[in-house]
Design a protein around this ligand. Structure first.
Ligand code: BGC
Ligand code: MN
Length: 410
């Protein structure tokens, strides 16, 4: 009598296959219990491969931020190069099922920590990820900080690596660079949308200054960095449109502040909220002698409610390269009977970080001329883009976006 009968061998083989299949299933199951499909694994590879190429291209342009005192700190080539071990596993959601959106989302991070509910918990409770948030009952609405408590500030422009800034600020924030007051109910939920490419040195200086500045304002906010892939000239306005659309997938923000990465506020009384009319915030910039260049300017830093932005169909997607896109927004606002409001010039002051002057887009005047007739067909309803990656870094939420709208048609 032998155990090596044909029937036993078949049983053994089937058992081994089942065991291997089980192992494979466990291996591909993500921490939240969902199982990755083969499509997702393929796309993750695509995302990482893409990110790798992207990083390499960026480090080729080593002049980035070289006008900023380096202080001996090694700068990351791209945000992706940072804190890799802390990155969340990407969860692929496949084609975007939202049929009225023209975007295609191929990868989305695990955003389980996003304060969809805006629980009033101490940010520290989230810091190590092991504790259950302590929910305290807060019934009091936040009030604006007393202007007498705020005044001029000097930003810290010393360059520090993002890792150090993350270590400093991360424990005070929720993942993705989100914050809300702990002792009152925030009256403004503000998405700070930063169009981005190349300026890694500016990014860390921006983050180290903007977070402490905003935390004092008793608002709930989150920083969205929208990075444009290589290939086409930079389209600041399109990145802001993408930031708007993507931010709304996370939370119904009532206020959007579009913010250049090289501008640092110089006065604490400059409140980052949305008044009844759109607000141009960066009125007095040091490099422009602290003077407003012209009345209709709407560039740099500007605030709009969700309703206002929606009413003008967002920004035009036709402005590639430097200039004009903010003037076009100014025209859109006027067309919608909205007015540009501003804080007094002694409050709305900014420092601009040094960078080389960009080459102005020669087509910007022509685009501006044609702009008014195109409001309904050129904006958030016509933008085409693909998101290659989304990650919630400790001090910001990062999107890598490829704009699909053609440059020639503009
Ligand atoms: C450009 C704007 C820019 C402004 C100030 C104008 O000529 O069209 O986009 O914001 O100059 O620099
Ligand atoms: Mn600038």
């Amino acid at each position: 009598m032998t155990i090596f009968t044909k029937a036993n061998l078949i049983r053994f083989a089937v058992g081994t296959i089942c065991f291997l299949l089980l192992l494979n299933f466990l291996w591909t199951t993500d921490s939240d219990g969902s199982s990755s499909s083969s499509l997702s694994k393929l796309s993750i590879r695509r995302v990482h491969k893409y990110a790798h190429i992207h990083n390499r291209n960026d480090s080729d342009r080593s002049a980035i931020g070289s006008d900023i005192p380096a202080g001996g700190h090694k700068l990351p080539a791209a945000p992706l190069a940072l804190s890799k071990e802390r990155e969340r596993e990407l969860h692929i959601v496949g084609r975007n099922s939202n049929s009225n959106s023209t975007s295609t989302v191929i990868a989305i991070a695990n955003f389980t920590s996003i304060p969809q509910d805006l629980l009033h918990a101490h940010p520290q409770d989230f810091a190590n990820g092991t504790q259950t948030p302590q929910v305290t009952q807060i019934t009091q609405n936040c009030t604006d900080p007393d202007p007498r408590d705020g005044g001029p500030i000097t930003p810290n422009t010393t360059l520090e690596s993002l890792d150090v800034i993350e270590a400093e600020l991360g424990p005070l924030l929720r993942p993705g660079g989100a914050y809300q007051p702990i002792d009152c109910i925030a009256q403004y939920h503000v998405a700070i949308v930063v169009p981005f490419r190349d300026r890694y040195a500016h990014l860390s200086v921006f983050l180290r200054n903007i977070h402490p500045f905003l935390m004092k304002q008793r608002i709930a906010y989150r920083i969205f960095i929208i990075e444009q892939t290589n290939g086409k000239p930079f389209n600041r306005a399109a990145m802001m449109n993408i930031g708007y659309l993507e931010a709304l997938k996370l939370y119904q923000w009532d206020c959007f502040i579009f913010h250049d990465v090289d501008l640092l506020p110089l006065d604490e009384r400059n409140l980052y909220n949305c008044p009844r009319q759109p607000r141009h915030m960066s009125v007095a910039i040091d490099t422009l002698n602290f003077k407003l260049p012209y009345r209709s300017i709407f560039g740099g830093v500007s605030a709009m409610t969700r309703q206002q932005f929606q009413a003008v169909n967002g920004f035009s997607n036709s402005f590639f390269g430097w200039g004009g896109e903010d003037d076009d927004m100014s025209n859109r606002l006027k067309h919608a009977n909205l007015f540009i409001s501003r804080y007094p010039i002694n409050i709305s002051r900014y420092k601009m970080l040094k960078h080389q002057k960009e080459k102005a887009n020669p087509k910007r005047y022509e685009n501006l001329q044609n702009g008014i007739g195109k409001i309904e067909m050129d904006g958030i309803n016509s933008i085409k883009y693909e998101i290659y990656s989304i990650k919630d870094f400790p001090t910001f939420t990062w999107y890598l976006a490829e704009l699909k709208n053609s440059e020639r048609k503009s």
